[in-house]
Each structure stands twice: as structure tokens, then as C-alpha cells.
Design a binder for this molecule. Structure first.
Ligand SMILES: N[C@@H](CCC(=O)N[C@@H](CS)C(=O)NCC(=O)O)C(=O)O
Length: 190
């Protein structure tokens, strides 16, 4: 597998997931300043011209959530996803999609001090915090003792927020972020 990567991009999320899976992979460095992500070769992998992208044989993937869903299935021994039929399966899929369709854009509005208007497809950030705090419950992870790809997707968003100086103001979420950062293979930013 080849991970198209820049250490100052969301590609660190895909790398975190690959490392949690124990995957063997090659890093292909992409210089965003030189716009290597807009080259014709790269656009054949991700037509949106964004990182991360992953190539696995004839399969090409883009979007962090898709990459994490794919890897969780490809490496079942890592046990990073509930299986179809498992009682947690539906909630797991919901949280994976929620992380990039609601959590991330709402967090973007919040950090840029933009109002979250109605009919935008996501809620205000206070509601997001309530949702994730509720889903986390007593933790330590979103599925109790079991760490999953949903923690990679949801947790990485909060780690980003902290890097950009954002605070959750929620002790339970702050403790969750600390737990994720303390994982030996946890997300590292360049
Ligand atoms: N929703 C996408 C977001 C990808 C994205 O915005 N990547 C940024 C890096 S963090 C990027 O490639 N920016 C460069 C550009 O847009 O030119 C995902 O989850 O993969």
C-alpha cells in the first residue's frame, strides 16, 4: 500500500489508522506548497486533489473516513470495527460518517467563528459536543473498552481542534483526547 502523505495534513489520520492496523505501507511524500496534490498523476488517484489518498494494488481511496472504513475491514485481526450483525455495527457506521459530515464542518464553523446556519446539514458545535459526550459515556472509548476506527475519526478531529488552539470546555472530552494521544501508535503531527 502507498499512503500519499504530508505531515501537516489530514494524512496523519490515515497514518494513525494504518499504524493501529499494524499495516505495512510506503509513504509517498506530497509537497502541498509545490501543489503536487494537483498534478495530473495525483488527480488520477484523488480527483479532488486532496490528502490523504491511499493506493492498495488496483484500489484507490480518498477521504479519511473511507480509508479508515476500508482498513478496518482489510485488517480484521486488529479488531477496529464491529462486524455486520454485531449490536454496535450501526452505531459504528453512524459515527464514522458523522465524524466527517457533521463533526468536522461544525468544528470548522466554530474555529472560524462562522455561524452555523439552518439547512447546512450539520448542527452548531455545542450540539456536536453534546452528541459526542453522550456517545462516549463512561468511555474510555466510544465503544467502551474497545478502541475502534470511530475513535480514530472522531478523536483526530478533536486533536486537530486542540492544535488550532480550540478548547472543548468539556472535561470528559479533554480526558478522552489525552487517552488517544497517549496511545503508542497515536496520531502524530509534523
Ligand atoms: N474530507 C477530506 C478532507 C481532505 C482535505 O481537505 N485535505 C487537505 C489537507 S488537511 C488538503 O489536501 N488540502 C490541500 C488542498 O486543498 O489543496 C478527507 O477527510 O480526506
Amino acid at each position: 500500500m502507498k499512503l500519499y502523505f504530508n505531515p501537516r495534513s489530514r494524512a496523519v489520520i490515515a497514518k494513525w489508522m494504518l499504524d493501529e492496523c499494524g499495516a505495512q505501507y510506503e509513504i509517498v511524500p506530497i509537497d502541498l506548497e509545490k501543489k503536487e496534490n494537483k498534478s495530473p498523476e495525483f488527480l488520477k488517484i484523488n480527483p479532488a486533489g486532496k490528502l490523504p489518498a491511499l493506493v492498495d494494488g488496483d484500489t484507490r481511496l480518498f477521504e479519511c473516513a473511507a480509508i479508515c472504513l476500508y482498513l478496518a475491514e482489510k485488517f480484521p485481526d486488529a479488531q477496529l470495527a464491529p462486524k455486520p450483525g454485531d449490536k454496535d455495527w450501526g452505531r459504528y457506521l453512524s459515527l464514522m460518517v458523522y465524524s466527517s459530515s457533521q463533526l468536522e464542518p461544525s468544528m470548522g464553523d466554530h474555529l472560524m467563528k462562522l455561524p452555523t446556519g439552518p439547512a447546512r446539514g450539520w448542527t452548531d458545535f455545542e450540539t456536536v459536543l453534546n452528541v459526542i459526550e453522550g456517545e462516549l459515556g463512561q468511555g474510555p472509548y466510544l465503544f467502551g473498552e474497545r478502541f475502534t476506527a470511530a475513535d480514530v475519526m472522531v478523536g483526530s478531529m478533536f486533536i486537530w481542534m486542540r492544535i488550532f488552539g480550540g478548547q472543548t470546555g468539556r472535561p470528559a472530552l479533554d480526558a478522552y483526547i489525552e487517552r488517544l494521544l497517549a496511545r503508542p501508535k497515536g496520531m502524530k503531527l509534523g
